[in-house]
Design a binder for this molecule. Structure first.
Ligand SMILES: Cc1ncc(COP(=O)(O)O)c(C=O)c1O
Length: 376
């Protein structure tokens, strides 16, 4: 989530200087200077045609906004049959009810099953035919589909599952061909994590709705955004407070402090050529993982895209909590790693250096040895 590390002097200064001008004013139909400046800067870089921005505070809230906008888009067009969503196996979009519904269940969600609305479910990314199947489902169900929602390139919470960019491109084409809206959830992949500013770019995707969070403020402040294309936005134009209006807002939408940090963050990504570092360090990390980690018999798979990676462990039995134990052993050696089940997550800051990467991999190798030596 943290893109440039902690205590970045320029980001600290941006927050302080905005504080002197005002911390927050509730937007709810209004604008403020810093949020307009941020939107103008984002508009130059997001992979969305004619982008318009609606801010919220968390990724899940921005997903909810995208789902509601997609739903109302068809209602405003008088096409009330298009009410369903298609999501992918393994998907995670947040913990609010709508986001849970389009997500694919997962740990701790069974209790809320009765609250989740039904969703068409394409296969998980580990099925090589998942995008062929998804495209077929789009074609067969177009008349009742409001939108498809997907995490482009990497499903984070599923355990860093990688997708084929060509498959995602085909999905984008199928949505365009059948008029179904495409929502790209880049809460995890956005802001350089996968080696381009947005993962959608690597798949040639121009989503109708793009969801941003986490890295938007460099991991400093709770801010998220739903970006709508002009095609979507224009369906909401009409009388002030009329039936076409999107009635939705959050108290801290467009928070000025967060916007000031987000704007400075965008400038720093460019000024420090952060994406070049992501690509160079990603190549280096891939090599280190290949040489030092993948050959270990305790490792089932290593997955990496940019600086978003996961090491899937191969415990000899159920319930051994190897993921937790390997991460604990790494923390004891001074490197903070966290597990997703038996997948050890590797998501370092995008400004990580080569010696720091070596330290992470050395520590992971040693932590793996600690746990496997201790037996099951
Ligand atoms: C792809 C994706 N979407 C949405 C979310 C939810 O974001 P938040 O935790 O800020 O609500 C996450 C969080 O991990 C995510 O990875």
């Amino acid at each position: 989530m943290t893109t440039l590390g902690h205590r970045v002097p320029e980001l600290d200064a941006a927050a302080r200087s905005q504080l002197e001008r005002g911390a927050h004013t509730t937007m709810l139909g209004n604008g403020n200077r810093i949020v307009i400046e941020l939107s103008e800067a984002l508009a130059r870089v997001v992979p969305v045609d004619g982008p318009h921005f609606l801010y919220a505070s968390d990724g899940a809230s921005a997903v909810e906004q995208a789902l509601k906008i997609a739903f109302q888009y068809w209602w405003n067009r008088g096409d009330v049959g298009r009410q369903r969503f298609l999501g992918f196996g393994g998907a995670y979009h947040g913990d609010t009810i709508g986001a849970l519904s389009v997500g694919d269940g997962g740990f701790g969600t069974a209790l809320f099953e009765p609250l989740r609305f039904p969703v068409l479910r394409a296969p998980s990314f580990d099925d090589p035919d998942c995008f062929d199947t998804a495209c077929r489902m789009v074609a067969e169900n177009a008349a009742s589909l409001a939108a498809v929602i997907v995490e482009p390139l990497v499903q984070g919470a599923a355990g860093m599952m990688l997708a084929d960019p060509a498959g995602l491109a085909a999905l984008g084409d199928a949505c365009a061909e059948h008029g179904v809206l495409l929502i790209c959830d880049e809460v995890a992949t956005g802001f350089g994590r996968t080696g381009t500013l947005f993962a959608s770019e690597q798949c040639g995707l121009r989503p109708d709705l793009l969801v941003l969070g986490k890295g938007l403020t460099a991991g400093y402040m709770p801010m998220s955004a739903t970006v709508a294309s002009d095609r979507v936005f224009s369906e909401f134009l009409g009388d002030d407070l009329g039936p076409r209006t999107f009635y939705h807002g959050h108290s801290y939408s467009g928070n000025a402090l967060a916007a000031a940090v987000a704007l400075r963050h965008l400038e720093l990504i460019e000024a420090h050529d952060v994406l070049a570092n992501v690509r160079a360090r990603s190549d280096e990390l891939a090599g280190l993982l290949h040489d030092r980690i993948a050959p270990n018999p305790a490792v089932r798979d290593v997955r990496l895209r940019g600086l978003m990676g996961g090491v899937e462990l191969a415990p000899p039995g159920e319930g051994l909590r190897w993921g937790r134990r390997v991460c604990t052993a790494a923390v004891e050696r001074g490197v903070l790693l966290r597990p997703l089940g038996d997948v050890v997550v590797l998501m370092p800051p995008l400004t990580i250096t080569s010696p720091e990467l070596h330290r992470i991999v050395d520590t992971l190798a040693a932590a793996l040895d600690d746990v496997t030596r201790a037996g099951s």
